[in-house]
Design a binder for this molecule. Sequence first.
Ligand SMILES: C[S@@+](CC[C@H](N)C(=O)[O-])C[C@H]1O[C@@H](n2cnc3c(N)ncnc32)[C@H](O)[C@@H]1O
Length: 297
Amino acid sequence: MISPIDEPGTDNAGNPYTSAKEMWRLEAGEGDEAKEKQKKEEWYRNGVAYWENVEASVDGVLGGYGHVSSVDIAESEAFLKETYGARLVETGDQPLRALDCGAGVGRISKNLLLKHFHKVDLLEPARHFLDAARVSLSAGPSGEGAEGTSGHRAVNFFYQGAQEFTPEAGRYDVIWVQWFIGHLTDQDFVNFFQRAKDGLKPGGIFILKENTAHSGFVVDKEDHSITRSHPYFLDLFKRAGMQVHRTKLQNSFPKELFKVRMYAVSPEGGPPLPAPLPKKQYSTRQKSRANLPGRIS
Ligand SMILES: C[S@@+](CC[C@H](N)C(=O)[O-])C[C@H]1O[C@@H](n2cnc3c(N)ncnc32)[C@H](O)[C@@H]1O
């Protein structure tokens, strides 16, 4: 069977690449010793520069599709509960912590993560998005002390690209990776998961939610990102030493968008996922909802 990296792809104007390997050589200088460092820096700089010119709002980070935010959050929440249910309610004395990577203006932290996790950290390389997230999540100027009435709060606001980030060891129950991993080259995707897995508590998981190409890949020359196919994701998870526990397609999105898929992954050889809970057992839901800022939409 042909490896996903050898499959052909296109850019968003339909121009072909013979393989992902060729694409990464052209776009990020991979395999070309003389140009690799400079081209790779350019790839990341151009990606962030695109977002720096986008309005710091939910509509901005969703490319004008701000109206899909609530249905996105609803299906993410169902996936989180089905995947991680028991751990969300049986915390003992331990605070639940999540990391929101490529967090944009804090849309997911505000509407989902802060409902279920006592402490949420955000990682985002576009400064004005991170500033907007700080305001939206009511943090002080240093990012500390964003205390909601439920006691759940945004704690750290990391101004960094994921290709450079290393989390504090053993800090997180869940690392949320949504709609940004296309900015990372394949090698940095693998390196990111290999570094970030040390940031998970024992039994912690990553949830990745991303656009998927029908086959191969599609490069967006405007925002300098790549949309990968489902087999391409599976291949990268394998290379990163990750096992995929569950995967599910997002249902209710406009037809013209890429198919969006959710993955629950954790380091190979780790413990099985906690049991899902029947919906009626989520007794924290009402309490948390009442204490958190309203949903945007
Ligand atoms: C489509 S927006 C999604 C934002 C957020 N995840 C959400 O769903 O609301 C893409 C985000 O990825 C961020 N981003 C771009 N390059 C990145 C990188 N190298 N590492 C981490 N995040 C990056 C952008 O600044 C932007 O906030």
